[in-house]
Design a protein around this ligand. Structure first.
Ligand code: HEC
Length: 187
């Protein structure tokens, strides 16, 4: 009887002790996890990826039909679609840097106002893309509120681009009219 009570008491005590020191509490595990993540985050900053923010040279620029449209394009498109990218501070932080530089690479491939001497998309593609309202991408607008174009600015930009493709087209255009008739071109 007495032994029972004794052993129960001592096991209780040892449980209590291990809870404090021996075993890790949830709070301690969380603390170590967070600390490890911070260390990992700092270490990963040393990786030599994504921070090569050199831009290729500007080889040929289009003649912008008017200054307003150029200003709109510069604030809303040029960070991605030109070789005159203003790299934001967060573009130096892994993994954002990887994402941003990948996006800029893709964007320059798709359309580059600094390389008018090479192939660019057709104005139909540009019209379509702008019409969808997918440019500039939402996350970019989040960081650059000025890049969020009003309906009016979009219209102004598009008509300038149409004029540009008509009067000073890129060296060549990709994506000729896809199958089917495209007689109706209402915006
Ligand atoms: C934050 C970067 C970013 C900004 C700013 C941006 N774009 Fe883009 N754009 C991209 C990326 C990435 C692609 C290629 C992938 C895709 O189609 O989604 C693209 C694709 C395009 C295409 C498609 C080209 C094709 O091959 O069909 C057009 C046209 C375009 N953008 C126009 C614009 C215009 C005009 C603006 C300014 C109003 C703009 N973009 C702003 C990132 C950007």
């Amino acid at each position: 009887m007495a032994t029972n009570a004794e052993s129960a008491g001592s096991s209780h005590e040892s449980e209590h002790r291990s809870g404090k020191g021996g075993r890790w509490s949830a709070g301690r595990i969380a603390l170590v996890a967070v600390a490890s993540l911070i260390v990992l985050f700092l270490l990963v900053q040393l990786l030599p990826f994504g921070r090569d923010h050199s831009s290729p040279p500007v080889t040929a620029e289009p003649a912008w039909p008017n200054l307003e449209a150029q200003v709109i394009a510069r604030k809303a498109c040029y960070d991605c679609h030109s070789n005159e990218t203003n790299w934001p501070w967060y573009s130096n932080i892994v993994p954002i840097s990887l994402w941003v530089s990948h996006d800029v690479d893709e964007a320059r491939d798709a359309l580059n106002f600094s390389e008018w001497d090479r192939s660019q998309p057709s104005i139909d593609e540009v019209r379509e893309t702008l019409g969808e309202g997918s440019m500039p991408p939402g996350y970019y607008e989040f960081f650059h509120s000025a890049a969020k174009l009003t309906e009016e600015e979009q219209q102004q930009l598009l008509s300038a681009l149409e004029q540009m493709w008509a009067t000073d087209p890129p060296a060549s255009t990709t994506g000729d009219a896809e199958s089917g008739e495209t007689g109706d071109t209402e915006g």
